[in-house]
Write a protein that binds this ligand. Sequence first.
Ligand code: NAP
Length: 293
Amino acid sequence: MVEQEFDVAMLGCGIMGSAMARTAQRKGLRVIAWDRSLESARSVGEGVTAVGDLQTAASKAHVVVTMLPDADAVLEVMDQQHGLDAVKPGCAWVQMATIGLNGIQRAQQLANRRPGVLFVDAPVSGSKGPAQEGRLIILASTDASDLPPRVTKLFEALGQRTMQLGKTGQGTRMKLVLNAWLSQLMEGLAETLAAADSLGISAQQLRDCLEGGPMGPPLVIAKLQKIDAGATGETEFPLKWADKDVHLAIEAVKSTRQRSLPVLETIARVWDRALQQGLGDRDVSAAYLAVVS
Ligand code: NAP
């Protein structure tokens, strides 16, 4: 039987956490929002309970979601700041940020200290728009035999579908694979647009050729429009987190000692430079600005 009433705590109310908290609340769940800035938690909006104290947020919830930037931030909140200590026995910690293989292992080791708390590795595919619309793809994996109904209900609220990928870590592996692909699409678009510009082809002409055809996936068309509109400052997926994910994918594949990924390694170098140029807080589509600057 699915319990109808339970509380979800969203730890981290940035682009994704705030959109996911709003969506969960709109879909009928009770949501508590916590962020290191109370202002960010409050800005999630009406119907969501903003809480300034981490322990209070974690202790009141049945499902605690971490949606923080990276592994260090997740460990800082759940370990050093004792977020996990506050989670009640029988509740779940659902780790939905992109923290890489080493990061998920560190988080799992921490979670093992609390055997009564279920740990779920569940990064998401999809950006701000899908998070606002409840159309994310949830990449779930756990060592438990089943996801508890409360967690399933949260995933149904947030996602268009949940992929159940096996043991803890498989969700993170899939996320790294997907973002390796995303980064190649984005850098490919950046250089294609730069090539078009050099050859006297406008962004609109390029879009007219690609849109609706096999070479123009919707994400590429949307980002092409964003670049053409000069709107890379309207950030959906920050370039700094996309660059983080490229490094995480390279590191994860390297750890298997099976092969190298020369294109991904080049993207990491190019995007590291873009961050040094101050483009990190812009949308990932600002990779174009690094190519043409
Ligand atoms: P974001 O907008 O930067 O939000 C992160 C939030 O965490 C901010 O409110 C930030 O506060 C807070 N924070 C940062 N460091 C912290 C710390 N040490 N302790 C406590 N709070 C901290 O990031 P996002 O785009 O929502 O992404 C969150 C995660 O989801 C990342 O792992 C990202 O890779 C992943 N993701 C993002 C997208 C996307 O399209 N945006 C899609 C899928 C997955 P401040 O504002 O004070 O820094």
